[in-house]
Design a protein around this ligand. Structure first.
Ligand SMILES: NC(=O)c1ccc[n+]([C@@H]2O[C@H](COP(=O)([O-])OP(=O)(O)OC[C@H]3O[C@@H](n4cnc5c(N)ncnc54)[C@H](OP(=O)(O)O)[C@@H]3O)[C@@H](O)[C@H]2O)c1
Length: 245
């Protein structure tokens, strides 16, 4: 495997983002780890996350562009990117059980975080990732964003925002194949993982089906290390199995 010059984690303050930071920070094959989060993270921490370069960003379009300018001064080669941003619930949002639960503000909030913010990152990162070095980008999607796999309904905004994310990524993959063939895009389904996002719904998960963040981060890092630059968007799960669109 080629050495990884810089691994970039966006949304690094969440459960899966934190686990990816740890995974790459402890990997001798990785030169540097840059972590972006909206949360104020202790920059002087002396724990297992020390050595990671943190940048705080509020994910506005301007802040994303400014953050990429800052990243440009920190590295000249990014070879891994994970975009972890995603919400299922928030102060204002709860997954809809039935059509009467749908409301415009919640739809807009969920689409903004789950579909639009990842695309804005891809746009701002484009000049930094285009080049000679292989760059593998994983964006966290979800199996419930599969239209073909939707058998139980519900969760209108979350499902639709992840389906929209997949379409945005597919469109980007077509353009990247033409303009930055060193980049490979993955829409990744982690499986149900023990994080704040899944917490309220974990009671319904069968024993053995709730993963630790460490397990999923390890799986994703392995999968990313074994990708080919095929110009396609792969929609895959933690077992590296393809998911129907
Ligand atoms: N956990 C699961 O079972 C599961 C299953 C399928 C898919 N996923 C996907 O995996 C990804 C990571 O989720 P997680 O399980 O690690 O959940 P989490 O611990 O709740 O992390 C939430 C993530 O979303 C970001 N975020 C939260 N609110 C945001 C906002 N208003 N604007 C922009 N970004 C915001 C956080 O970034 P900051 O660092 O800035 O806080 C963090 O990266 C998500 O895309 C989720 O949809 C998770």
């Amino acid at each position: 495997m080629q050495p990884i010059s810089t691994a970039l984690i966006i949304g690094a303050g969440g459960g899966l983002g934190t686990a990816l930071c740890k995974q790459w920070q402890q990997d001798d094959n990785v030169d540097s780890v840059i972590a972006i989060s909206s949360r104020a993270i202790d920059h002087d921490n002396k724990n297992e996350l020390s050595g990671i370069k943190y940048i705080t960003c509020d994910y506005s379009e301007t802040a994303i562009a400014e953050t990429c300018e800052q990243i440009k001064t920190m590295t000249d080669s990014i070879t891994r990117v994970c975009i972890c941003n995603g919400i299922l619930h928030s102060e204002n949002v709860w997954p809809e059980k039935r059509i009467e639960d749908v409301n415009l503000n919640a739809l807009q909030e969920v689409f903004s975080v789950n579909s639009f913010i990842p695309l804005l990152w891809l746009k701002a990162l484009f000049p930094l990732i285009k080049g000679d070095a292989d760059c593998i980008i994983a964006v966290f999607s979800a199996r419930v964003g599969s239209i073909g796999d939707n058998r139980s309904g519900g969760w209108y905004s979350y499902r639709a925002s992840k389906a929209a994310l997949n379409m945005l990524l597919k469109t980007a993959a077509i353009e990247l194949a033409r303009r930055a063939s060193n980049v490979k895009l993955i829409a990744f389904q982690p499986g149900t993982t023990d994080t704040p996002l899944s917490k309220p719904f974990q009671a319904a998960v069968k024993a053995g089906n709730l993963f630790t963040t460490e397990f999923v981060a390890q799986r994703l890092v392995d999968i990313m290390n074994n990708q080919k630059l095929d110009g396609e968007l792969s929609f895959i799960d933690w077992e590296n199995k393809t998911i129907a669109w």
